[in-house]
Design a protein around this ligand. Structure first.
Ligand SMILES: C[S@@+](CC[C@H](N)C(=O)[O-])C[C@H]1O[C@@H](n2cnc3c(N)ncnc32)[C@H](O)[C@@H]1O
Length: 172
């Protein structure tokens, strides 16, 4: 993952960050950055943070802690458009006008560089899993644009990585 997107930030909340695997790497790479992993109470209960890294429990449909940057990695794939708009609206309320939301997810058109390692049809498999087990889906660039603009954001930038996921920076 290109970690440059986090350069210059003072604070970051990893919403639906699980036990903090991704946020720990970011916090270690940017010691001045204050990182929060935000997830449901039963997920983050009894987990210990570090100097610039802490766990906060809550419900992203209710309120999200404020920060320069809100990250959503593999979260919106679990939710349909209406639910995703509610989550993105809470993210928008949590950032200042100069802040951003960073979504890290599959963008259907952006295939990994080494398709043989991952399998060209893997996107479709993930999409079927999301539609079968949760209310969400994998999204195309057009669907991401529609979702982002419907949530009241003004601009976005998609950066494919060499792997399965793309980085979508979203601006108010
Ligand atoms: C698919 S996992 C992604 C975990 C992590 N971001 C990653 O990339 O490995 C989705 C996460 O969203 C969390 N989650 C689900 N509903 C939530 C809610 N209402 N508020 C906060 N977190 C929630 C789950 O507990 C889970 O950790």
């Amino acid at each position: 993952m290109s970690i440059k997107v986090f350069k210059g930030l003072e604070s970051l909340v990893d919403v639906g960050g699980g036990t903090g695997t991704t946020a720990k790497v970011i916090a270690k790479s940017f010691p001045q950055l204050k990182c929060i992993v935000f997830d449901l109470p039963h997920v983050v209960a009894n987990l210990q943070g570090t100097k610039n890294f802490e766990y906060v429990s809550g419900d992203m449909f209710e309120a999200i802690p404020s920060a320069d940057c809100i990250m959503l990695k593999n979260v919106l794939q679990d939710w349909n458009k209406e639910e995703s708009i509610k989550i993105l609206d809470k993210c928008k309320q949590a950032i200042p006008s100069h802040g951003k939301v960073v979504i890290i997810e599959i963008v259907m058109e952006h295939k990994p560089e080494d398709e043989t390692a991952i399998g060209g049809e893997q996107y479709l498999l993930f999409d079927m899993i999301m539609m079968t087990f949760v209310t969400g889906k994998e999204r195309s660039e057009k669907e991401w644009a529609n979702l982002i603009l419907s949530s009241g954001f003004n601009n976005y930038k998609i950066t494919p990585t060499s792997g399965l996921l793309s980085i979508i920076e979203v601006y108010p």
